[in-house]
Structures are given as C-alpha cells and as structure tokens.
Design a binder for this molecule. Structure first.
Ligand code: ADP
Ligand code: ZN
Length: 295
C-alpha cells in the first residue's frame, strides 16, 4: 500500500492505493492551521501500513533536495503555514521514504503516467481555478530549477476590449490576475459558472490562456498540454484556446500536433479531479524505487 497527499489551500486529499495508481481509500481534511490539520493527516496514514508517501503541495514550496529548507511551504500568506516544515513533519511521524513536489508538477506526473499523456515522456499541466498554476514533466523529470516554475504569473497582452485592471496582488495583470476564477468574477460581477452563455467572457478568457500556452510551447515544448481546474469545467473554452494558439503561433511550430490535431494536443485531464492525487500516488512509487536504488 502506498500513500498520497494532495495538499491544497482549502482542503487536503489523503489517499492510499497501489502501484498501478488505483486509489483504495481516501479522505478530505479541511486546511485549517497545521496544528489542526496535520494530526488528522498523520492519523489517516498510520491506520494503513503505507510503504512510502508522495506529496503534491500548494506553494510556494522548497523542492530543492540540497536545500536546508527542502520540503517546507515557504512564503504563503496562509495563517500558520508560512515556513512550515511539511515534509519533515511527515518524515518524523511515518519514518518511510517520501517524495515531495508542487501540486501542479505532481498533477502533470499523474496525467503522464495514468492519464491523457500516457506513453509520452513530457507534458504540461495547467490549472485555472482560484489561482493559475502550471507544472511540467520534461524528459521524465518533474520540472525544477532555481525554484519551481511559476508559470501562472507570466505576462499577457491585454485584450483590446478589456478594462479590468487585474487581480494579482503581485503583478496585477499577469495571467493569473486576468484569467483565474476570481478575475472573471471581478471583471463581470458574476461567478464563472453563471456566465456560461456569455460568449465574450470566454473569448477574453481564451485570449489570455492561449498567450500563456504559446509561451509554454515555445519555451518548454511539452508533448501534451492538459488544462484542468474549476474554470476549465467550461468546456467551450477548449476550442477557443486551441484556435487562438494556432493563430498566435501562425505556423511557426510546423508540427501536426499543433497544426492538424490540436484537439488531442490541448486537452482536459483524463483523470478529471484525480490528476493530483493519482500523481501523488505515482510519486510514492518513485520514492520507493529511489530507496531501492540507493540501498
Ligand atoms: P482551487 O483552485 O481552489 O483548487 P477550483 O479549481 O475549483 O479550486 O477553482 C475555483 C475557481 O473556479 C472559483 O473562482 C470558481 O468560481 C471557478 N469555477 C469553479 N467551477 C466553475 C465552473 N463550472 N465554471 C466556471 N468557473 C468555475
Ligand atoms: Zn501574478
């Protein structure tokens, strides 16, 4: 039995499952303070004889294995979680191999091994929800550099009809500031799911998302792009984004995946809302393999 945590800003999903990615049991725990939330998380895993654990966490987090603060949640404004030693707490409680990464990198891993990007060695996963975040697997590895990527905050060109100033507390009109769920709500005065029939809402949404995807295609060159999160439940965004990506690239990346079959290149998660937790389970499997390789 392997353990998995998808740690979000509003809830933790904890699951146990097996090496083929099947989830056997799961619970949801509200993200309150660490003192309230973590004992429940630990209690869940102690009930099962888990051999290893994979964690995909909200951030920002330190995922540099050589850093003294590896496994910490770092500069979040969420009360109690600033500089919280997440990984260390779990290691001390469970004494098993644990792998730790960002929620979106882990979701990308889940979709690559068990979802829409099966058989490939790279993919990008973007979530458009309360915030915008993206993670990627490149040549089999979860993307990491100086820190983890923060692709949700890339700059975008303003739509000519859009006067909304943007809602990112750091950059105002970056991608997240213009395209996350709260930005839609502030721009139009209604929540996304109430705006389903307003074509201009989704044209503007796709305008921003397509620009970001263009940057990702030009820099990371993922073999598949998976778009999840609450806002992407509006399925009508997909054809708009695909069309605008093609128009923006304008034939510059002359590959059939983009020019001919973009409907299978930019896709929803085939694991649905389980991309993250399945990826965390796959990360637990990696933790076990890493342990075996070093023994
Ligand atoms: P989180 O990002 O907090 O994990 P979600 O991915 O569900 O959670 O994103 C929540 C955001 O997505 C909210 O701003 C909400 O208004 C928006 N959202 C959720 N469902 C829909 C929907 N069906 N259509 C449009 N927007 C939605
Ligand atoms: Zn920003």
């Amino acid at each position: 039995m392997l353990g998995a945590i998808e740690a979000g800003g509003t809830k933790f999903v904890c699951a146990v499952g097996n090496e083929d990615g099947t989830i056997i049991e799961r619970i949801k725990i509200d993200t309150l303070t660490p003192e309230q939330t973590m004992p429940e998380v630990i209690h869940f895993f102690k009930k099962y004889d888990v051999k290893s654990l994979g964690i995909g966490s909200f951030g920002p987090v330190d995922i540099d294995k050589n850093s003294p603060t590896y496994g910490n949640i770092t500069s979040t404004p969420k009360p109690g979680w600033t500089n919280y030693p997440f990984l260390k707490t779990m290691q001390e409680a469970l004494q098993i191999p644990i792998e730790f990464n960002t929620d979106v990198n882990v979701a990308a891993l889940g979709e690559m091994l068990k979802g829409a990007a099966q058989g490939l060695d790279s993919c990008l996963y973007i979530t458009v929800g309360t915030g915008v975040g993206a993670g990627a697997v490149v040549q089999g590895n979860l993307l990491q550099g100086l820190s983890h990527p923060e692709m949700g905050h890339v700059l975008v060109k303003r739509h000519p009809d859009d006067t909304f100033e943007g809602s990112c507390p750091y950059h105002k009109d970056c991608l997240e500031g213009m395209a996350a769920g709260p930005a839609i709500e502030k721009r139009w005065g209604q929540k996304g799911h109430e705006l389903q029939d307003k074509q201009e809402v989704w044209e503007i949404e796709a305008y921003y998302l397509a620009q970001a995807l263009m940057q990702y295609i030009l820099t990371i060159s993922p073999k598949k792009i998976i778009m999840g999160g609450g806002v992407m439940k509006q399925a009508q965004i997909f054809p708009l984004v695909r069309k605008q990506v093609q128009e923006l690239l304008n034939g510059y990346v002359p590959l059939p995946q983009i020019t001919e079959h973009i409907e299978v290149y930019i896709v929803p998660p085939s694991l649905g809302d389980d991309a993250g937790i399945t990826g965390a389970l796959m990360l637990a499997k990696r933790a076990l393999e890493t342990r075996k390789a070093t023994n």
